[in-house]
Design a protein around this ligand. Structure first.
Ligand code: TYM
Length: 334
């Protein structure tokens, strides 16, 4: 029986965090075995914050090196850069006419980012979810592994696809978001009611580039509570629940198993064990990352091969979509 299909992407903006690692990088490794999996580095999305060109280039290869360092194998899955397949932006343009302004205005991430970059609320930022819908629909996938902040975007993708299919007949597979059971939203270590985010670096955020010892310190200084009881209670003990999630995810356990393991002990014991788990994970990851990042020519070569692998389905979907909408196709593509 053939495996289900999946697609996901990560933006090459800033340095990825422990939230990215737990929310998607780790799950991606399992997806490459359970799925016909495609992973993208979404460089078009990253330009909505107008990065410095050199940073964008470095971060694009950087995300690819993290994919490889985590254990993604280009022989088992498909990895490519979004801008290498022009079908993504072409489909996004078509889908723009099947998306309502009101739908985009309701997107939480758009509202957050507009506040954060209030001097640069560009059209790309607004249209961002339509490009994400194009990414997913172009590859006709069933599953989209993401952290829970992307659920709203995947829901919109389903709405756009359903609308299009109802108008023109079956064209796009309706995708489903898959979020990890543990760590779908890793929280800031200092403000555990907010998501850990690369846009808020500091003591509450662990970057994958942090020295392992300094990451460990951030964990031992994480905000908890004064209840002094080890229990998994994200509403009342959000800081503690976050540490339990981090420890559980890195050790492939459930939060309940972690609670059992540390029952009756002080928070310090859980903090020390979590700090050690994080430091050890970062140390291994950074060693692997360094072994890949220096061979830029090889990374570019692999990215190009990935784009070639992904292009057949992308082109087929785009042509089918254009045909349905009523474009006159060049005779070679009929
Ligand atoms: P991005 O680059 O912001 O984040 C990449 C993925 O990491 C997850 N994530 C987290 N998970 C758990 N805890 C956290 N603190 C945390 N922070 C980030 C995100 O949920 C995301 O899955 N729009 C997407 C990129 C994208 C995409 C796509 C994803 C573009 N096209 C198509 C899936 C399919 C984004 O900005 O992710």
């Amino acid at each position: 029986m053939s495996k289900p299909t999946s697609f996901s992407g990560v933006q090459p903006s800033g340095q990825p965090t422990l939230g990215n690692l737990i929310g998607v990088f780790q799950p991606f490794v399992a997806f490459q075995d359970s799925h016909q999996a495609t992973f993208c580095i979404v460089d078009h999305h990253a330009i909505t914050s107008r990065p410095n060109p050199e940073d964008l280039r470095t971060n694009t290869l950087g995300i690819f090196a993290y994919y490889l360092a985590m254990g993604l194998d280009p022989a088992k899955c498909t990895i490519f850069a979004q801008s290498h397949l022009p079908q993504h932006t072409e489909l996004a343009w078509i889908l723009n006419s099947f998306t309502q302004m009101g739908e985009l205005e309701r997107m939480t991430q758009y509202k957050d980012k507009s506040q954060r970059q209030s001097d640069n609320i560009n059209v790309g930022l607004f249209d961002y979810p339509v490009l994400m819908a194009a990414d997913i629909l172009l590859h006709q996938v069933q599953h989209v592994p993401v952290g829970d902040d992307q659920l709203q975007h995947v829901e919109l993708t389903r709405d756009i696809a359903t609308r299009f299919n109802n108008l023109y007949g079956p064209t796009f597979t309706i995708p489903k978001a898959i979020i990890p059971q543990v760590g779908a939203r890793v929280m800031d270590l200092q403000e555990p009611n907010r998501k850990m985010s690369k846009s808020r670096p500091g003591p509450g955020t662990i970057l994958l580039t942090d020295a392992p010892a300094s990451a460990a310190k951030k964990i031992t200084r994480a905000v908890t509570d004064s209840l002094a009881t080890i229990a998994y209670n994200p509403q009342e003990q959000p800081g503690l629940a976050n540490l339990i999630d981090i420890f559980a995810s890195l050790n492939n356990q459930t939060p309940q198993q972690v609670v059992q393991q540390f029952q009756g002990q002080q928070y310090g014991a859980l903090k020390t064990a979590t700090a050690e788990a994080v430091a050890s994970k970062l140390e291994k990851l950074q060693t692997a990352y360094n072994s890949y990042i220096n061979d830029k020519a090889e990374l570019q070569n692999l990215l190009q091969k990935g784009a070639e692998k992904a292009s057949a389905t992308a082109e087929k979907t785009l042509q089918a979509t254009k045909q349905k909408v009523g474009y006159v196709l060049p005779s070679s593509q009929k």
